[in-house]
Structures are given as structure tokens and as C-alpha cells.
Design a protein around this ligand. Structure first.
Ligand code: MRU
Length: 357
């Protein structure tokens, strides 16, 4: 059976030249599916976090480039390539931190430029659709493999703390860190999850809880500032979370609050595991050059734009991500295996040829 058919939650779909997604900014109140053939609409969906999570935005960009080619009325390969490059350029400007976005766009452009040499416009369109579907399929397969590998680190009775949303809704399906939780649960391990709410946009409270409740996996929700207390009380066996960008040094950039959890995990000797596909590993950037997205002050001044919780126009700082240094990371689980310190060696080995470029 095609891997897409095995998914309980389908966050992204390709429908004859259109891209479809679950608008996760409306969950858990409304399960709305949106469809478009317009690259600008798709780019806006990524900017507004209707589609979010590093692997999901990478897959959405790949589908967006295929969509631009499929719907282009270009008559020559040169014109078609220009349309594809314009779409890629727009999608590249949506969000700066998640590496999967740039990885997927570069992969699609590389494929487009190679296929363009044949001079066949329809062939180029077909190749790009096939490549985008391959990017999507590979993401799901990577998640299922990471789930299996990561579940070996989970013991019966464990309570797993997670942050943000790393589930089906953050990927093409199944999930990264939440994929490990899913796999351990499917293996019959009696586990439970502590999910942080993840201010300001509440991906933990809205999305992780929604996914776990749907599967019947026991979950308790805490606010972000409770992590130290629950660890000090011995309530957390392991931390599993995802990543937006992992450097070869082992620096892990992920949702704001991850660094705080890592420091607390070290203090309380709780293993801190990162789960991400190799498409999240950035072999070139140095730690000091990582771009951390800063988002609108309104996200902090209000609760999801609905309730103002402070004095109007108070100055706000709203970084969407932080970076955890390698000495706080117990292991990084990828679809190619588990990397352990020292990361420059273990991650380069996992990446193989890609790390040498
Ligand atoms: O701002 P978001 O919701 O896109 O941030 C997402 C995260 O930080 C996730 O933890 C990360 O992308 C890993 S998802 C598998």
C-alpha cells in the first residue's frame, strides 16, 4: 500500500495540480482543509503557520514548486524554468530558520535544472511533480524509521516530556519526536506524555494534545514554566523533541523554550533526545550565523490575537526559536541511525557525501 494511504492524519496532499493542507492554526477548534493552485497563497499559509513544523514546510515548498510548474502556461523550457525559480524565490522568503525549507527548495531546483536540459516542457512538469511526491513520501518513511529507532530508547512506564508539536501535523505525516511516542505506543509500551503548552502560539496545547488524545495516548498538559518543577519531582523519564535546524557541531535550533528544557534536563539527569530527519541537518552554517526568526509582538501581547494580556504597545521581544548547545544533547535520532557525541564525527558519518560539500 502507498505510504500516503497508511496515514491517519494527512496534513498535506497533492490533488491534480493543487496543494491541500489542514490549516493547523485553527486546531483544535476547527478542522479546516484548504486547497490552492496559487504559490502566493501557499507562501502566506507558511508565514501564517497554517502549515508549520520544519519537515512540513519543506514538503509544502516542494509541492509548491511542482504546483507552479504544473499550472504554468510556459511554452518553452526556459520560460517554465523561470516560473519555477520565481516560485522557489517566493517560498524561500517565508520563514528563515527551518533548514528543511531550503533543503527542499534546493533539491527541487537541482532537479528542475537537470530535467530542463532535455528541452521537454511536459517532461519537466512531470519530473517536478514526481520529485515533490518523492520528497513527501521520503519524509513519511523517515518518520516511521525514526519512530522505530527511537522507540528502542523508550521503556515501559516512561513519562516523556515534549515541547511544541512534532507530530503528524509538523511533517508529511506520523511525526518526528511524536513519531517515537507513536511507535513506542504501537509496540504496546505503557507510556505517558507531558506536553508543554508552548507559548506564544500554543502548538503544544493546541496540536500535540489534539494528536495524542485522538490516538488515546495518555497526556498531561503543563505551562512552559512548570518544566523545572515536574523534573525536580521526578515526573519526567526522558525528553524527546524535534528540531528546525541541526548543525554538524550538534547545535540544535528548535522552538523557543527548548534550551531552557535542555538546561533543566541536564540539571536533573534526564536524557534529552532530539528526533529529526537528515533533511534538517545543515552541513554549512556556523552556530553564530543561524538566523532566528522574530515574529510579531502581537503574538506575545495577546493570546492568539483573541485576548490582550498586557498594556497596549508594550515593547516585546519575540524570537520563535533558540539554539541548544551540543553538550546538553544526549543523542540525535535520524532515519539513518542515532548520532551521539562527539557530533561532528557522528553527524558527518550519518550524512555521508552531503556533509563534504
Ligand atoms: O514555529 P513552528 O511551529 O513552525 O515551530 C516548529 C518547531 O519548532 C518544531 O519543534 C520543529 O519544527 C520540529 S517539527 C517535527
Amino acid at each position: 500500500m502507498e505510504v500516503f494511504e497508511r496515514l491517519a492524519i494527512k496534513p498535506l496532499e497533492w490533488r491534480d495540480g493543487a496543494v491541500r493542507w489542514i490549516d493547523v492554526s485553527r486546531l483544535p477548534w476547527e478542522e479546516r482543509v484548504v486547497e490552492t493552485r496559487d504559490v502566493e497563497r501557499l507562501a502566506k499559509a507558511i508565514e501564517r503557520l497554517e502549515i508549520r513544523g520544519a519537515p512540513a514546510i519543506g514538503v509544502a515548498a516542494a509541492l509548491g514548486i511542482a504546483m507552479a510548474a504544473y499550472n504554468s502556461d510556459a511554452e518553452t523550457v526556459e520560460q517554465l524554468l523561470r516560473d519555477v525559480e520565481r516560485a522557489a524565490e517566493r517560498l524561500r522568503r517565508t520563514r528563515p530558520t527551518a533548514y528543511n525549507l531550503f533543503w527542499a527548495i534546493d533539491r527541487m531546483l537541482g532537479t528542475a535544472r537537470r530535467a530542463a536540459q532535455s528541452g521537454d516542457t511536459d517532461g519537466l512538469r512531470r519530473t517536478l511533480v514526481e520529485e515533490a511526491l518523492r520528497v513527501m513520501r521520503e519524509d513519511i518513511e523517515a518518520n516511521m524509521t525514526m519512530g522505530r529507532i527511537g522507540a528502542e530508547l523508550v521503556e515501559d512506564g516512561d513519562t516523556i516530556l515534549t515541547h511544541c508539536n512534532t507530530g503528524a501535523l509538523a511533517t508529511a505525516g506520523y511525526g518526528t519526536a511524536l513519531g517515537v511516542v507513536r511507535a513506542a505506543w504501537e509496540q504496546g509500551k505503557k507510556i505517558s506524555v507531558i506536553a508543554t503548552e508552548t507559548r506564544p502560539l500554543l502548538q503544544g496545547a493546541r496540536l500535540t494534545v489534539w494528536e495524542l488524545v485522538k490516538e488515546g495516548i495518555p497526556v498531561r498538559l503543563i505551562t512552559d514554566n512548570m518544566v523545572g518543577y515536574v523534573m525536580a519531582k521526578g515526573l519526567v523519564s526522558k525528553v524527546f523533541l524535534g528540531a528546525d535546524r541541526i548543525l554538524l557541531t550538534g547545535h540544535v535550533t528548535n522552538k523557543i523554550g527548548t534550551y531552557t528544557i535542555a538546561v533543566l534536563a541536564k540539571r536533573h539527569r534526564v536524557p534529552f533526545y532530539v528526533v529529526a530527519p537528515t533533511s534538517t541537518i545543515d552541513p554549512r552554517t556556523r552556530p553564530e550565523d543561524i538566523v532566528i526568526e522574530e515574529r510579531s509582538p502581537e503574538e506575545v501581547r495577546t493570546v492568539l490575537g483573541k485576548l490582550t494580556i498586557t498594556v497596549p504597545n508594550v515593547e516585546v521581544y519575540n524570537p520563535a526559536f533558540d539554539t541548544t548547545p551540543p553538550e546538553l544533547v544526549s543523542a540525535i535520532i535520524t532515519e539513518k541511525g542515532i548520532a551521539r557525541p562527539p557530533y561532528p564525527e557522528s553527524l558527518s558519518k550519518l550524512l555521508g557525501k552531503r556533509s563534504a560539500r
